[in-house]
Design a protein around this ligand. Structure first.
Ligand SMILES: [Zn+2]
Length: 511
């Protein structure tokens, strides 16, 4: 065999092997219903395999580079694929952060003999590749192969939008991306921002404020707002839940909406989402202790606000929406309970960022919340029956109802107020639209409500009366920043009373 063919065979063998070992495991928990969806998965794996061949070709081009890089590539791929299968864990910036701040005790808790066997096996296979490569003395026309491999890689990674989205979530691209994103998040959080000025208008001996950021929950699918299906049985049975059915969100995706909600940004000053601190910093300055407990990733646009909190917890740090395995908002409760128990401060803020109604809906619905059936079976939303999509979606609302109700139980005997606001709504087949981010009308009316404890109602009767009076008025999501501070007896500079749920007003403008 000539050197050229020996090299070609080596590259193809390595590419196929790496695809089977490091890419295929990403699809083990993919929901499939019938041959069409199995075929889709096979096509995806094959398309992703092209990238592995291009990478293998580059790593094996030079003997010394191969001897150094192939074992490293195999060991890292072995570790990541093991965790992907054993723990349904994938690489993202939150995991990079967790890995950098993990102590050795936690590491030993997730290390096993199976991991060691798998990684050693991968290392031995990689040494065989190195040996094979070493026997090929000189690769003919190496420059042509180098340019060809880079071209193949570029076409694979950037050539098609859909494939790019998937490729960016696979080994090794997700490692490179996550580390890069982690570094840029750290940098972004160090950029100068102004802390909004606030002044106290009322005081209390103690107050717990809970802000739950919902995900893709639309107001008109809450039975609290008249939806005919009983999606909120627990919240409906609670006293002191005030639903706000007419909230308008100008943004329809998480990255744009969450910073707008947390900061003093409004329709006239949208730039404040990038230049101002959030209510977390304001409350900290007023003596509140604060915690951010998340079931989502660090988002580039709102990471600076996460870093404002005293305590940051990601109970499901290794999950992304590319992991088709269940994880629930209920998983946040133990972390929240522990914090409440440990903390002795009288003024506390908890921000809970939920995964809520994010696609794949079934993954975020515990069994006790499956109320509507049949549910979706295919990970491609358009390949499901539209009624099944609505059933699965409504189950996520039932799940939200259980989660928020459980949170309320933890605070009901304290002086406490809870805000729930989803970042945006969701399209469920209207005019052929699905999911969110495209700006469709139904994605612009997020679910929103406020709960307050009896003690809060006794402390601030005027605020509660104003809240009830304002419940059916139309607000933009701009209300959240000002109203949350107002609920704490604080008035932010520039607080136009039309943003404040806790001030009586004769009329509010429609958005
Ligand atoms: Zn979202």
């Amino acid at each position: 065999m000539t050197n050229r063919y020996a090299y070609l065979w080596l590259v193809v063998a390595m590419g196929v092997w790496n695809t089977l070992c490091f890419i295929l495991p990403d699809f083990f928990d993919s929901p499939t219903d019938g041959w069409r969806s199995v075929l889709t998965v096979i096509l995806y794996v094959c398309a992703l395999g092209i990238g592995q061949i291009a990478i293998a070709s580059l790593l094996a081009l030079h003997r010394y580079i191969a001897a150094l890089c192939l074992p490293l590539y195999a060991v890292l791929g072995g570790v990541i694929s093991y965790y992907r299968v054993a723990f349904h864990a994938t690489v993202n910036p939150a995991l990079v952060d967790a890995t950098l701040h993990t102590n050795m005790g936690t590491v030993s808790g997730v290390t096993s003999w199976q991991l060691i066997v798998w990684v050693v096996f991968q290392l031995l296979v990689s040494l065989l590749w190195v040996r094979w490569r070493w026997r090929i003395e000189k690769v003919p026309q190496a420059w042509v192969i180098l340019i060809g491999s880079i071209g193949l890689f570029a076409a694979w990674y950037w050539g098609n939008g859909r494939l790019h989205k998937s490729a960016a979530q696979r080994y090794p691209m997700h490692v490179i991306r996550s580390v890069g994103e982690y570094v840029s998040l750290q940098r972004a959080s160090n950029l100068p921002r102004q802390i909004p000025k606030v002044q106290a208008t009322a005081t209390t001996d103690s107050l717990d404020i809970i802000m739950i950021i919902g995900e893709a929950a639309r107001a008109d699918h809450l039975s609290l707002n008249g939806y005919p299906r009983e999606t909120c049985p627990r919240l409906a049975a609670r006293h002191n839940v005030v639903s706000l059915p007419h909230i308008f969100s100008q943004h329809t995706h998480t990255a744009a909406s969450v910073p707008h909600i947390l900061s003093p940004a409004d329709s006239l000053h949208p730039e404040l989402a990038n230049t101002s601190h959030s209510f977390i910093a304001c409350l900290r300055q007023q003596g509140y202790t604060s915690a951010w407990i998340s079931n989502q990733d660090y988002g580039r646009t709102y990471a600076p606000f996460i870093y404002e909190a005293d305590t940051i917890l990601f109970p499901n740090a290794s999950k992304t929406v590319f992991v088709f395995h269940p994880w629930y908002d209920l998983d946040l409760l133990p972390a929240l309970q522990n914090l409440i128990k440990e903390q002795t401060e009288t003024h506390r803020l908890y921000v809970l960022h939920t995964i809520g109604s994010h696609w794949f809906y079934n993954n975020h619905v515990p069994e006790s919340c499956i109320r509507f059936q049949p549910t979706v079976t295919n990970r491609v939303i358009t390949q499901n029956d539209s009624m099944a999509v609505i059933n699965s979606y409504d189950n996520t609302i039932v799940s939200m109802d259980l989660f928020v109700d459980s949170v309320i139980s933890l605070f009901k005997d304290r002086n406490a107020i809870l805000f729930y606001l989803s970042d945006h709504g969701e399209s469920l087949g209207e005019r052929g639209n699905w999911l969110h981010a495209a700006g469709a009308k139904e994605t612009k009316y997020p679910a929103a409500f406020v709960w307050y404890s009896e003690k809060y109602a006794r402390t601030f009767p005027d605020k509660v009366a104003a809240l009830k009076e304002n419940r059916t008025k139309h607000f933009r999501t701009d209300y959240l920043f000002y109203s949350l501070l107002s609920a704490a007896g604080l008035q932010a500079d520039g607080n136009n009373s039309s943003f404040d749920l806790f001030i009586r007003k004769s009329a509010a403008k429609n958005p």
